[in-house]
Design a binder for this molecule. Structure first.
Ligand code: HEC
Ligand code: HEC
Length: 366
């Protein structure tokens, strides 16, 4: 019977799904919807947090235990892994330099590196507040060059025991009694308010700005992971990445890094979702799931400059979706995809579009 029940559940689900893709050029007449700023910050934080957790648990902690591959401050000189904090800081630098408006930093009231202390009264209050009450991000606004900047501090938790072992024993750490799941610091996120002039909501951001931010962070984390972890350690024959990373005690492929973080985000049930898809997928699960994704992939494959955007209706819920091109930025992308026995395409060239990243965020229904 359970099999039948699952089958019926799937049928009901299919029956309630009305997938309608609305091209960006044919928007409905009403004002484009907007995302409240705190909700936007919550999505952004979820992405940073998910990647940080995957890196800490599946890379640093797991490979430390199984193959004694350590993480250390001098990772480049010692052929080890960057520390989780260094990973976050490298990727935040990449994102900050894109000048999209979004900025984020890892800060603490008890920093090992004094550069990571608070730099304003509000930031200090934010760190104190999330240390007291980790369930509530601390938010404020500031004015800069005529625009309103929204700020939020989210707690940074000791998610693995390696966090506390290392900080408690580090000679420069001013605090030595961290316990698992303690608040160790905070992630300060800021971005300008970009709502349309007609907006009713005082602090809101346009949905395409939110997906641009989410995409920028995903790209930055994947690039840092590919460049400073996978490519560097493979070149030095320290460790390699493989599809069967779990059984073989190896690194995850960059695509698997992204997909595992996306599973974590799904489990957070925020409604935020992203995936990696392609018209020529190695894994058939990564093919286009509907007409919107199919047109999106075709569009970004021929014009890889702007994302393909639209809204999709699933039951009573409306989702804003954006498909971004996923480009073969290193020769390794090309070699591996062209040579993979399950790949349906074997003539990718450097800088070709291999697929797309679809980012979906829920919109309030009418
Ligand atoms: C192997 C040692 C090590 C591990 C493991 C580690 N850290 Fe750190 N952490 C550091 C060092 C060293 C710095 C300072 C990096 C720098 O120079 O900016 C740091 C920086 C930080 C900061 C910024 C404030 C500061 O102390 O400078 C926070 C917050 C933080 N780590 C939290 C964590 C959390 C949470 C984890 C686990 C997910 C973790 N750390 C894992 C060593 C470690
Ligand atoms: C060492 C091999 C390898 C490398 C290097 C690699 N990939 Fe992949 N890629 C895979 C495999 C295997 C999958 C399927 C993962 C799964 O099971 O979901 C995949 C999945 C993907 C997908 C989803 C569609 C599909 O084919 O299933 C895209 C898009 C993608 N990779 C793009 C890239 C890009 C861009 C790069 C370089 C930045 C890259 N890949 C580097 C092996 C590789």
């Amino acid at each position: 019977m359970p099999k039948l029940k699952v089958f019926i559940a799937i049928l009901v689900l299919l029956a309630t799904m009305h997938l309608t893709a609305i091209d960006s050029r044919s928007q409905k007449n009403h004002d484009p919807k907007e995302i409240p700023a705190l909700l936007a910050a919550t999505y952004i934080h979820a992405v940073i947090e998910a990647d940080r957790t995957i890196y800490s648990q599946y890379i640093v902690e797991r490979l430390g235990e199984t193959v004694s591959l350590k993480a250390s401050e001098k990772w480049n000189e010692t052929n080890t892994l960057p520390l989780p904090a260094q990973f976050l800081m490298m990727s935040s630098q990449v994102v900050n330099e894109k000048n999209l408006g979004i900025q984020y930093r890892l800060k603490s009231l008890w920093p090992i590196n004094e550069h990571n202390t608070y730099t304003s009264k509000k930031e200090k209050e934010g760190l104190e507040s999330v240390a007291q009450n980790p369930n509530q991000p601390y938010v404020w606004t500031a004015k800069k060059n005529g625009s309103i900047i929204f700020n939020a501090v989210f707690p940074d938790l000791a998610v693995t025991k390696s966090c506390i072992q290392c900080h408690n024993s580090h000679p420069k750490s001013p605090k030595r009694d961290f316990k698992k799941n303690d608040v160790m610091g905070g992630i300060h996120i800021s971005f300008p308010i970009t709502k349309p002039a007609s907006s009713q909501n005082r602090l809101a951001v346009a949905p395409e700005v939110v997906t641009d931010y989410v995409h920028a962070i995903l790209e930055a984390d994947r690039t840092i992971y590919a460049k400073h972890v996978v490519n560097r350690l493979q070149k030095k024959n320290i460790i390699y990445a493989s599809e069967n990373w779990w059984e073989e005690n190896t690194l995850l492929l960059p695509a698997q890094f992204l997909l595992n973080a996306s599973d974590l985000i799904k489990n957070m049930r925020l409604g935020l979702d992203y995936k990696l898809i392609s018209l020529w997928p190695i894994n058939p699960h990564n093919g286009a799931a509907n007409q919107f994704e199919n047109i999106g992939l075709e569009t970004v494959a021929s014009k890889p400059f702007r994302p393909y955007i639209g809204t999709t209706q699933i039951g009573n819920h409306t989702y804003f979706q954006a498909v971004y091109p996923d480009i073969a930025i290193t020769p390794a992308c090309v070699t591996c995809h062209n040579g993979h026995p399950k790949s349906p395409k074997h003539d990718f060239k450097l800088y070709d579009v291999i697929g797309g990243i679809v980012v979906s965020i829920p919109m309030n229904s009418d």
